[in-house]
Design a protein around this ligand. Structure first.
Ligand code: KIV
Length: 257
């Protein structure tokens, strides 16, 4: 099986739509990889899915590095993208480059960071340093305090123009793909048509070049999911049932035999 890389992701535009997802450990990363997921994101969504926080903001670079290393050890063909957590690239570009280097040394093939025009200088520096960047515009969860909640972006004409301008700016700065999160489907379609790089939508309608889903949402490990999510399994109830059968069988002396 071929290993996905920047060139093959770029070449997929207009040819093949990519169903991509997050993973945060070796077990699920191996299963996603074996199933043919082309890009696995070690998302800072781990703060909410794995660590029990209300937002992604408390995730630390050390947590990203350890999860990235676990995912990279398990994967043979997927591209592994490490999501730079809040605080790891806001305190100066030198520190940001150093943290991105650590992600690559942990096994990532690329990094993702949030922001449009304001992070273009950093995107340029990273790509010049040989670190591929997947950008992220629209609703950027690390700005949750600025928005006052995880709110859909790009709804007014001005806001839509800003999202389009940000997407064009990150492309010009060297990003090989861009996440479009929680923006109107028509705007995502317009951005996708305006860019040469791959757009990876999440809550941004069907016209993007690729899609993300958070692993816990797609597998039904999270029972409460955003409306745009499709659950391809309902593992929460299966896992809960397995745990309760085990507890009951031990209590009743059925297991071990
Ligand atoms: O951290 C994350 O899960 C994300 C999503 C956009 C996929 O950034």
């Amino acid at each position: 099986m071929k290993k996905w890389n920047v060139a093959s992701v770029r070449a997929s535009k207009g040819v093949e739509k990519l169903g991509c997802c997050t993973a945060y450990d070796a077990c699920f990363a191996r299963l996603a990889d074996e199933a043919g997921v082309p890009i696995i994101l070690v998302g800072d969504s781990m703060g909410m899915t794995m660590l029990g926080y209300e937002t992604t903001l408390p995730v630390k670079i050390e947590e990203t590095l350890s999860a990235t290393a676990a995912v990279a050890r398990a994967v043979k063909s997927a591209m592994v993208v490490a999501d730079l957590p809040f605080g790891s690239y806001q305190c100066g570009d030198d520190l940001a480059v150093m943290n991105a280097v650590k992600c690559i040394q942990a096994g990532a093939d690329a990094v993702k960071l949030e922001g449009g025009a304001r992070v273009c200088g950093l995107i340029k520096r990273l790509t010049e340093a040989g670190i591929p960047v997947l950008a992220h515009v629209g609703m950027t969860p690390q700005s949750v305090n600025e928005y006052g909640g995880f709110k859909r972006q790009g709804k007014t004409r001005e806001a839509a123009e800003q999202v389009l301008a940000d997407a064009k700016a990150v492309e010009a700065a060297g990003a090989f793909a861009v996440t479009l999160e929680c923006i109107p489907a028509e705007l995502a379609a317009q951005v996708t048509a305006s860019l040469k790089i791959v757009t990876v939508g999440i809550g941004a309608g069907p016209v993007c070049d690729a899609q993300w889903l958070v692993m816990h949402d797609l597998l039904g490990l999270n029972e409460k999911v955003p409306t745009f999510v499709k659950q391809y399994a309902h593992l929460a109830s299966e896992v809960r049932d397995a745990f309760s059968s085990y507890v009951r069988e031990v209590r009743e002396g059925v297991f071990p035999e």
